[in-house]
Design a protein around this ligand. Structure first.
Ligand SMILES: Nc1ncnc2c1ncn2[C@@H]1O[C@H](COP(=O)(O)OP(=O)(O)OP(=O)(O)O)[C@@H](O)[C@H]1O
Ligand SMILES: [Mg+2]
Length: 343
C-alpha cells in the first residue's frame, strides 16, 4: 500500500508546493509511482507542472466521482489531482457531513494500491481540507523557512499535528527551505533546528531563484535547470527520503501511470523531462575510463542494454540533477541512477 504523505505548514509561501512538486517528480524519475494532490484552492500545484486538468478534487470530494477519474498524468509515473477555486465552496459542504474529517481518506482508498507515494499539498491554514489531509496521511513532511517566526511557529504546528494524529510519530522530516547560507541569522537558526529536531532535520534547500522561474513556466527544476542549486538540493532530499522510506527503484521497467495524459496548459508540446547534456570534451584517459565504466547500472545491479526493454528502440542517455538517466523516446521507459562522485 502506498504511503500517504501530507506536506504541511500553517505559514503560507514557505515552499510546500515546491517541495511536493520536486519530491514527487524526483521519486517519479527514480521509478516510483507517484500521485500528488492539491487541497489548496489556489491551485498552484497544477500550474507549477504546466498542466490544466479538466476535473479537480472538487468532483471527487463533493460530487462523489472516483478520484482516479480526476487524476491526470503530469509526467511519466507522476499523476496529479488538481484543485481550483471551487474547493472554497467544497469546504462548507464537506463540513456538514458527519464523517467530515475522513472524506479525503475515503476518496483515496481505491487508488492507494496504485501508487508508491501519494503526496498531499496542503494550504497555509487549518481548514477542513487540511484537517482531512492530516487525517488521511500516514506521514507528514514539514517544510519551513529558516526565519525567526517560522522556526518559533514549528513547535505549535507539531503540537497541532500530534492533536490530529494522536502523536507526533508521523512526522517524517522537517525541511528547511529558502535557506541562505550567507546570512549569519540563517546559520544560527539552522543550528537551533538541528538541536531541536536532530535526525528529523533534512539538509536545507537553498534559496534559488531558478525554482520560482521553473514553476512560472510550468516546469520542474529538473527540467528547467538540472544543474541549479535548487535541483541539486531537491535531488539530495529525494535521496534522503528514499532511504528513510526504504524505496529502491523497481527492477522491472517503471509501470505506466494509471491516469490519462493531462491537457498541456500551453499549446506548445511538452518538452522531454530530462534535458540532454551536451557531451563535454573528454581526455584520452577519461575516455578509456568511460569505455571501461558501464554507462548505466540498474538499482538491482543489472547492466542495462542499449536498447529499450519495453519496445526494443534505442535508449537515449542524459544526466539530470546528478542522476544518470536512460530513457526511450518511443515508449515511456525510463531508468535512473544517482551519478557517483561529489557534485
Ligand atoms: N528554495 C527556494 N528559493 C527561492 N524561491 C523559492 C524556493 N522555494 C520556493 N520558492 C518560491 O517561493 C514562492 C512560494 O513557494 P510555494 O508556492 O512552494 O510555497 P507554499 O508554501 O506552497 O505557498 P502557499 O502557502 O501560498 O501555498 C514560489 O514563488 C516559489 O517558486
Ligand atoms: Mg502552495
Amino acid at each position: 500500500m502506498g504511503r500517504i504523505v501530507a506536506v504541511t505548514n500553517l505559514k503560507g509561501g514557505i515552499g510546500k508546493t515546491t517541495t511536493v512538486v520536486h519530491v514527487g517528480a524526483g521519486l517519479a524519475l527514480k521509478g516510483a509511482r507517484v500521485l500528488i494532490i492539491d487541497v489548496d484552492a489556489q491551485g498552484n500545484l497544477a500550474m507549477a507542472l504546466g498542466v490544466r486538468p479538466r476535473r479537480t478534487l472538487y468532483e471527487a470530494l463533493v460530487d462523489g466521482a472516483p478520484i482516479a477519474s480526476c487524476a491526470v498524468s503530469a509526467r511519466p509515473n507522476l499523476d496529479i489531482v488538481a484543485a481550483d477555486e471551487s474547493l472554497l465552496t467544497a469546504q462548507p459542504t464537506i463540513a456538514r457531513r458527519p464523517d467530515w474529517p475522513r472524506v479525503l481518506e475515503q476518496a483515496l482508498r481505491p487508488v492507494r494500491n496504485e501508487y508508491d507515494f501519494i503526496f498531499i499539498d496542503c494550504g497555509g491554514s487549518l481548514t477542513v481540507l487540511n484537517l482531512n489531509a492530516l487525517t488521511a496521511a500516514s506521514e507528514v513532511l514539514v517544510p519551513t523557512t529558516v526565519e525567526p517566526f517560522s522556526v518559533r511557529g514549528l513547535e505549535m504546528l507539531i503540537q497541532q499535528i500530534a492533536r490530529v494524529k494522536g502523536s507526533s510519530r508521523s512526522l517524517r522530516a522537517v525541511i528547511p527551505t529558502m535557506y541562505d547560507p550567507r546570512r549569519r541569522q540563517s546559520l544560527e537558526l539552522l543550528e537551533q533546528l538541528q538541536a531541536s529536531y536532530g535526525a528529523l532535520l533534512a539538509s536545507p534547500i537553498r534559496v534559488n531563484v531558478r525554482l520560482s522561474e521553473a514553476s512560472s513556466v510550468g516546469k520542474t527544476i529538473y527540467e528547467y535547470d538540472p544543474r541549479s542549486r535548487g535541483a541539486i538540493d531537491y535531488a539530495q532530499l529525494v535521496e534522503l527520503l528514499s532511504e528513510r522510506w526504504a524505496f529502491s527503484p523497481p527492477a522491472q521497467a517503471p509501470q505506466k501511470p494509471v491516469a490519462a495524459p493531462a491537457e498541456p496548459a500551453s499549446p506548445a508540446p511538452p518538452e522531454p523531462i530530462v534535458a540532454p547534456v551536451s557531451p563535454a570534451p573528454v581526455s584520452p584517459s577519461a575516455a578509456a575510463a568511460q569505455a571501461a565504466d558501464p554507462p548505466v547500472v540498474s538499482g538491482a545491479g543489472h547492466l542495462l542494454s542499449s536498447s529499450c526493454p519495453n519496445c526494443g528502440g534505442p535508449l537515449s542517455r542524459a544526466t539530470v540533477a546528478g542522476y544518470r538517466v536512460a530513457y526511450c523516446n518511443h515508449c515511456r521507459y525510463r531508468r535512473q541512477e544517482l551519478a557517483s562522485g561529489r557534485r
